[in-house]
Design a protein around this ligand. Structure first.
Ligand code: PMP
Length: 285
């Protein structure tokens, strides 16, 4: 089945799916997006993604040209049209076509783009063995400047940090906030385990309010694991028994090294594996 990309009411082939070069999404990163996972033909936590999308749009005063119910139906239609059983959905709302100036009020046609595709995972061996992290020198955006809670089309902050990771031979980097605390990774939230308890940075550390993060916190609580949303430093990761990352694309993946220090045993730990198993059961139920 050939790929069908939705743009503002119509479906196009991949080659024909195009928007204006005057769209402020392209010119200024002016827009918002969501990345979602399809399991067994259904979008996982679709409503939570819709709520976050609407919150991101509200924060940048971007009117989404349909209701949450209409968007939900459109996403489901796009999944069905693409016949994907397991896959990934990228939903983008751009500010629309305007002038070359910054002024968003010149843009009157926000574009809704929905791309359903196969999922691009990290290599299988990284899920078995865990991945290595470096700390990026690029500081996560200060929430008072551009809140990381807004899933905006402006991902340069994360891209700068990811380039540092890739140059160091890693696929992910730990990003710190202006206080030097751990915020998150470039496209994933971060957790550690110490003495049987689970810790993750709080929202006000300046992070995206990850949907997989929330799911993992729920799964841990259901399993009787004590959870804490509390500020963490690199030192907390160095001395952790376990560390793992969460994200819609990455799911749950162990991190076994940070800046050349081995974390715990250097292998995915028992609580990481337990939560990963619970996550797999949830998404396949
Ligand atoms: N942090 C950032 C910066 C992200 O871009 C993402 C999504 N890729 C996440 C965390 C994880 O969020 P979610 O679990 O909702 O995919």
């Amino acid at each position: 089945m050939s790929q069908q990309i939705y743009i503002s009411g119509e479906y196009f082939s991949r080659d024909d799916a195009k928007i204006s070069v005057y769209d402020h999404g392209l010119l200024y990163g002016d827009g918002v997006f969501e990345g979602m996972r399809i399991y067994s033909g259904k979008v996982f936590r679709l409503h939570d993604h819709m709520v976050r999308l609407w919150e991101s749009a509200l924060a940048i005063s971007l009117p989404i040209p349909m209701s949450i119910d209409e968007m939900t139906a459109t996403v489901n239609e796009c999944v069905a049209k693409n016949g994907l059983d397991d896959g990934y959905i990228r939903l983008i709302i751009t500010r629309g076509t305007g002038t070359l100036g910054l002024n968003p009020y010149t843009c009157s046609d926000p574009q809704v783009i929905i791309i359903a595709d196969k999922v691009a995972l990290y290599p299988a061996e990284m899920y078995e063995q865990g991945l290595e992290l470096v700390t990026a020198s690029t500081i996560r955006n200060h929430p008072a400047a551009l809140s990381p809670r807004i899933k905006s089309l402006n991902y340069l902050n994360n891209i700068m940090a990811q380039m540092e990771a890739l140059k160091a031979g890693c696929v992910e980097a730990v990003m710190l906030n202006t206080k030097g605390e751990v915020a998150e990774c470039t496209g994933d939230n971060l957790f550690i385990v110490r003495r049987g308890k689970l810790y993750t940075p709080p929202i006000d550390a300046g992070i995206l309010e990850g949907i997989t993060r929330a799911v993992v916190l729920e799964l841990a609580e259901a399993a009787g694991i004590e959870t804490h949303e509390t500020p963490l430093t690199r030192h907390d990761i160095f001395i952790a028994d376990e560390c793992f990352l969460t994200g819609s694309a990455a799911e749950v993946i162990a991190a076994v090294k940070l800046d050349d220090r081995v974390i715990g045993t250097g292998k995915p730990g028992p609580i990481t594996n337990q939560l990963n198993k619970a996550f797999r059961e949830l998404v396949s139920s």
